[in-house]
Design a protein around this ligand. Structure first.
Ligand SMILES: [Zn+2]
Length: 260
């Protein structure tokens, strides 16, 4: 090999390897879908005066606005921006159709025990206790608002434990990323918003199961707890929750873009 062609070869190798490096670092988190739970004829859970659908929408819009304002290269898609009913399968379809990098569902919790309070962030997985299962059952039960829900959701019955076996057969490729994001949310709630974090949990949420990307479902607090209901329906509480999710998102974005 003469000197010139050797040099050419070296340059070619350098170009090849550097372009491979560029490709590796090219992952950018581009699109998120924010899903305010419930809406329209489905109010979700209720406190003394507040309804879950209203609280979820307010927080979803505030969080989305923070992303749009501060990270404009991320496209924000909302499943709903007003008080309208939207079936669960359409919410999942919106996330899939937009090829979202992250799917974030915002909800509020309820418990028969009025003393229960605090935040929980769920990822799709097997429930480890009945409490987690109860939350998933309650959130999944919204499908009964849809006509012919048994056919529409392929026989899935939100109240029947056997239906949840289906979830255990599916291994999600996105679980690790979902867990990373969920952890950041709960830690922001604790440090930033001074909330009581009940931790990151797992359960079979139909809407998370049906989406092909990292996804979380946030229970922002208990409307069945009078004090927490006041916090959740107030502007200040909603702002703190939205900014907690936003900061967790920013950290998550930086982390996954550095890894990939
Ligand atoms: Zn809900």
């Amino acid at each position: 090999m003469n000197n010139i062609s050797f040099k050419f070869l070296l340059i070619a190798i350098t170009l090849l390897s550097s372009s491979a490096l560029v490709a590796q670092h090219e992952y950018r988190l581009k699109t998120i879908v924010i899903d305010a739970g419930h809406g329209g004829k489905d109010p979700g859970t209720r406190g003394k005066t507040a309804r879950e659908k209203d609280v979820a929408l307010k927080i979803a819009l505030k969080f989305g606005e923070l992303v749009e304002k501060n990270i404009p290269d991320v496209k924000v898609v909302y499943t709903r921006k007003d008080d309208r009913y939207l079936p669960l399968d359409e919410r999942a379809a919106i996330a899939n159709k937009n090829k979202a990098d992250l799917f974030i569902c915002i909800h509020a919790n309820a418990n028969n025990n009025p003393a229960a309070y605090g935040t929980e962030t769920y990822v799709m997985g097997l429930h480890k206790d009945e409490g987690n299962m109860d939350v998933a059952k309650r959130e999944n039960s919204v499908i009964t608002y849809d006509e012919n829900y048994k056919e529409r959701y392929e026989g899935f019955d939100p109240k029947d434990p056997e239906s949840y076996i289906l979830f255990s057969l599916t291994l999600s490729a996105y679980k690790e990323s979902s867990l990373i994001f969920a952890q950041k949310i709960e830690s922001q709630f604790k440090s930033r918003a001074g909330r009581h974090s009940r931790g990151v949990k797992q359960a079979g949420f139909w809407v998370l199961w049906r989406t092909a990307m990292p996804s979380v479902l946030i229970e922002t607090g208990f409307l069945s707890n009078e004090k927490e209901e006041g916090y959740l329906k107030g502007e200040e509480g909603q702002d703190l929750i939205a900014s907690g999710i936003y900061r967790a998102f920013k950290e998550y974005k930086t982390q996954v873009e550095a890894i990939n």
